[in-house]
Design a binder for this molecule. Structure first.
Ligand SMILES: CC(C)(COP(=O)(O)OP(=O)(O)OC[C@H]1O[C@@H](n2cnc3c(N)ncnc32)[C@H](O)[C@@H]1O)[C@@H](O)C(=O)NCCC(=O)NCCS
Ligand SMILES: Nc1ncnc2c1ncn2[C@@H]1O[C@H](COP(=O)(O)OP(=O)(O)OP(=O)(O)O)[C@@H](O)[C@H]1O
Length: 197
């Protein structure tokens, strides 16, 4: 089984591209979805202890948590130390399950693949990219996003050019959905020896 890591900076098109792999029948594990689940379950007690202001009605409030951590390097490291091991555990269970099922290829969608050492857990890496202008436009359109929040996140991420340099495959999502879908099909074909569909 080949484990393909999918990553890219904020707004570059990870979720959209992950869905394309899933639509072609490739099992996809999404680290962000796992974090959302953890914030309603297993991660609530340790986060309530470290960041009491960020827990409301028994669940983690992401807006409040973002306010507590995004401009504070020490706080975000403390949060990552709580969250990342739980995400890795969920990911390992997913890998084991699909190995047992005899999957030829699976995708792990990991936003911080390079930053958090995920590159060692995958066999190949796809990086999604777009121009800085396209990235900025996409991100600033999101509800609740501000210029400051965008900048704070960007400074915590490895620059796009460095990600591309370390990739086995690069998909430019600025070239449209059809281009990306064809790129995804090409990667599946190359890695499994069988074009999808
Ligand atoms: C800071 C939090 C509360 C902000 O939540 P919010 O819903 O506003 O934004 P969202 O999660 O959609 O993230 C927006 C962008 O920031 C990036 N990002 C998230 N966490 C981090 C981080 N620790 N370092 C760098 N970039 C990050 C995401 O990959 C995404 O590109 C949230 O991202 C979080 O809890 N992060 C810590 C857990 C983590 O590291 N997750 C990322 C991969 S597992
Ligand atoms: N191939 C593509 N062609 C056109 N638009 C795209 C393409 N891929 C992504 N987009 C658009 O870019 C925006 C961001 O995409 P997406 O949410 O997938 O990014 P992301 O990398 O998962 O973001 P984040 O890092 O914040 O989680 C969306 O509005 C999406 O429709």
């Amino acid at each position: 089984m080949i484990i393909l890591g999918l990553t890219g900076s904020i707004g570059m098109g990870k979720s959209t591209t992950a869905k394309m792999f899933a639509d072609f029948g490739v099992p996809v594990h999404d680290a962000d979805v796992t974090v959302h689940e953890l914030y309603r379950g297993e991660a609530v007690p340790p986060i309530a202890e470290a960041f009491p202001e960020a827990v409301k009605d028994g669940v983690v409030d992401r807006t409040r948590l973002a306010q507590s951590v995004l401009r504070d390097g020490e706080a975000i490291r403390k949060l990552e130390a709580i969250v990342h091991p739980l995400v890795r555990k969920a990911e390992a269970e997913f890998v084991r399950l699909h190995e047992q099922r005899g999957a030829a290829l699976i995708v792990l969608d990991i936003p911080l693949l390079f930053e958090a050492g995920g590159a060692d857990r995958v066999d190949r890496i796809v990086v999604v990219t777009a121009s800085p202008q396209v990235q900025r436009e996409r991100v600033l359109k999101r509800p609740g996003m501000t210029e400051q929040k965008f900048e704070a996140i960007l400074t915590r991420q490895l620059p796009d050019a460095e990600k591309r340099a370390r990739a086995d495959f690069v998909i430019d999502t600025g070239l449209g959905m059809e281009h990306a879908r064809e790129a995804v099909a090409g990667i599946i074909g190359e890695l499994t020896g069988k074009p999808p569909g």
